[in-house]
Design a protein around this ligand. Structure first.
Ligand code: PLP
Length: 295
């Protein structure tokens, strides 16, 4: 289950020339033919751990358009696990593209209404799932745990160059925690929240403190580019993505990477970075999610 280093390429824009910054993109969207992106990094050591514990079944949680559900289903098929997806909300036939892919990989879907889903870590809901599906290896929603963070440190370890800033999209905070741990305090990390609110700074602090005793402070979460909240879009965002994609030949998604890239362009525009800075944008994948938006 080794992951080949994903390519890094420079993206060129008049704006970058004008501000004298260079921007590179690490194509984690190309790191696996099916699983792809940060979800593959987060799964790698979890799959090894499941194998070590001699589990045959993976159980995890997600919404109906979840990149993580898609990744677990694909990884289960590719690496020989049964998979169970606990899906938020009611079943809506016909299945959308994410869930029909999951089913085509053999994933068994089990729906939880929204209030039970919210309480999925409460004892009674856990007990119900155990009664139905034991034995299984549980992977949390979004895939974030210490093994996921360890997997994401490898995004940094395989780089051939250093950069002044590392930029990426943030959902649960697992991936950025791996980037922070991988950098060990050097350079600067900017995470763009895909969610409304400002709770991610404390969440990322918590994830890092659970992972190691090193308290790094060379990172920030930017909460200004959620475009109305998780999986919400605005015409402005979609227009930006279309322009970016046609100029650069690199696809983005409207839930995560599109918002983060938009945010990066805005920060460059607003002279947030110094002249001469080299910036690495980590493309976290998630392109299957475009289908939910008709892209
Ligand atoms: C899940 C996801 C994220 C968020 O990653 P976290 O580790 O949950 O912060 C970012 N980008 C893409 C494409 C994703 O699928």
């Amino acid at each position: 289950m080794e992951i080949k280093p994903s390519p890094v390429q420079e993206i060129k824009e008049e704006l970058f020339k004008e501000k004298n910054v260079r921007v590179f993109i690490k194509r984690e969207d190309l790191n696996h033919p099916i699983v792809s992106g940060n979800k593959w990094r987060k799964l790698k050591y979890n799959l090894q751990e499941a194998k070590n514990q001699e589990h045959q079944t993976l159980l995890t949680f997600g919404g109906a358009y979840s990149n993580h559900i898609y990744a677990v289903a694909g990884a289960g098929k590719a690496y020989g696990f049964e998979t169970i997806g606990i899906i938020r909300g009611e079943e809506i036939p016909p299945l959308n593209k994410t869930l029909s892919f999951a089913v085509s990989c053999g994933m068994k879907l089990h729906y939880l209404n929204r209030s039970d889903y919210r309480e999925k870590n409460a004892r009674n809901v856990k007990q119900t799932l155990h009664n139905l599906f034991t034995p299984f290896y549980e992977i949390p929603e979004g895939g974030t745990n210490n093994l996921a963070i360890k997997g994401c440190t490898e995004i940094i370890q395989e780089l051939e160059h250093d950069y002044d800033h590392y930029c990426l999209s943030v959902g649960t905070g697992g991936t950025i925690s791996g980037i922070i741990q991988g950098l060990k305090g050097s350079s600067n990390v900017v995470g763009f929240s895909s969610l409304k609110g400002s709770f991610l700074t404390s969440e990322v602090k918590k994830l890092n403190s659970e992972y190691s005793d090193n308290l790094y402070e060379n990172w920030q979460i930017n909460n200004d580019f959620h475009f109305g909240g998780y999986a919400k879009t605005k015409p402005d965002l979609l227009e930006f993505m279309e322009g970016f994609e046609s100029r650069q030949g690199v696809l983005l998604d409207p839930v995560y990477t599109g918002k983060a890239m938009y945010g990066l362009y805005q920060l460059i525009h607003n002279d947030h970075f110094n002249s001469g800075d080299r910036i690495l944008f980590i493309h976290t994948g998630g392109l299957q999610g475009r289908k939910g938006f008709g892209l």
